[in-house]
Design a protein around this ligand. Structure first.
Ligand SMILES: Cc1ncc(COP(=O)(O)O)c(C=O)c1O
Length: 374
């Protein structure tokens, strides 16, 4: 055997660097996030509506958990090396959380965000030391991959790795907290990567819980038709509800783990978000409205069947990130999102348990006429 046959010690200095960063992450304090409860009308007595408040994480959303998981995954896999940047494709929340971890770990961070991402989100990324590259919505992943190649960095790729980076077996995570605290009948949430829904569904199976998973999808997302037709090649024009709904079916969105999908019109998401702000005393973002609408629909159905149940949804991030968009009447008008008539519908439901869609409501035409049963 000649000298050239032994190629050991390619990265002699990296282990110390990696170990130190993993130690830093593992030393972070772990504190379960609060579970809020929305009061239901007496008509629905016996049912519960719980909202996991993920906006309290240091980087402001449930993506704090994803960023931690993605960094641990990338470090343990040997994908991150000293002095090379991390690049991510994100509509904002994941980028903010990854920028937070990058700052903690002393790693340069580049966020590729869709043009149109709110100024508040971009500001948060910049304040955490991140760099921003804007690209058109459907191409952010390709652009991020390219940026990572050009900069000799690592493309974190949340849309591929979210479902496998989360530790779905352990109790340390949103799934463990929710299932052990409340043992719900339904978990309802929108999908961006689909990683949160997948990890909760897996943890439920692993720990023997009964919970079923409902994904609420905004207008113009590929997830709903993809799941309905069991077709991963479906494309769509792209969602207006930041963080959820995608122009294509992302790899982390796993069909067999989703029990039900509900398509939610954007005005209904916004109205539900606005009502939730008053009733929770905390302003949520738009994706929380989408999930909460699905939770209300399931509660109505339970009542109709003379059943009761516990439904959990997630307050993904704070409304402060959307003051110029979902909380701006002028912006909503510009977008043609006529949410006002639905505010009364949602309000009345919380007061009386009765659901009366606005008189002006016309079901949008949908293929097969499915699922606009409001
Ligand atoms: C604000 C917001 N809500 C909900 C989601 C959906 O979470 P997940 O990526 O786990 O599907 C995201 C993800 O991008 C998000 O940014």
């Amino acid at each position: 055997m000649g000298r050239g046959d032994d190629l050991s010690d390619r990265y002699p200095d990296e282990r110390g660097w990696v170990n130190a960063r993993i130690r830093q992450i593992r030393a972070l304090p772990y504190k379960p996030t609060p579970m809020l409860e929305l009061e239901l009308p007496t008509r629905l007595r016996g049912s519960r509506l719980l909202v996991k408040n993920e906006s309290v994480h240091p980087s402001g959303s449930h993506k704090h958990r994803l960023a931690e998981a993605l960094y641990l995954n990338a470090l343990a896999n040997g994908w991150l090396v000293h002095d090379s940047p991390v690049v991510e494709a994100s509509s904002g929340s994941t980028a903010i959380s990854e920028a937070w971890f990058s700052k903690l770990l002393g790693i340069k961070f580049v966020a590729v965000v869709p043009s149109g991402t709110t100024a508040e989100k971009k500001k948060a990324i910049l304040e955490l030391g991140g760099e921003i590259v804007e690209a058109t919505g459907a191409t952010i992943s390709e652009r991020a991959e390219q940026e990572a190649r050009d900069r000799h960095g690592h493309f974190m790729d949340q849309f591929t790795y979210a479902e496998r980076a989360y530790d779905w077996r352990g109790d340390h995570g949103m799934a463990g907290e929710i299932l052990h605290e409340s043992d719900p009948d339904w978990f309802v949430m929108g999908a961006g990567t689909g990683g949160t829904a997948a990890s909760l569904a897996r943890h439920a199976r692993y720990t023997g819980h009964r919970v079923r998973v409902c994904v609420t999808d905004p207008e113009n997302s590929a997830f709903f038709p993809g799941w309905r037709d069991n077709d991963r090649t479906v494309t769509a024009t792209g969602s207006r509800i930041e963080g959820i709904g995608r122009p294509k079916v992302e790899p982390s969105f796993l069909f067999p783990l989703v029990n039900r999908m509900i398509r939610v019109p954007d005005p209904v998401s916004i109205a539900t978000m606005r009502v939730a702000k008053e009733r929770l005393g905390v302003a949520p973002g738009g994706s929380t409205g989408t999930g909460l609408y699905g939770a209300l629909k399931i509660l109505r159905e339970l009542h109709r069947r003379h059943e009761t149940g516990t439904v959990v949804t997630v307050l993904c991030d704070s409304g402060e990130r959307y003051l110029d968009t979902y909380y701006s009447d002028a912006w909503l008008e510009q977008q043609g999102i006529d949410f006002r008539p639905w505010v009364d519908t949602v309000e009345r439901f919380f007061e009386t348990g009765h659901w009366t869609p606005p008189r002006s409501w016309r079901k949008p035409p949908t293929p097969r006429g499915l699922m606009w049963n409001m």
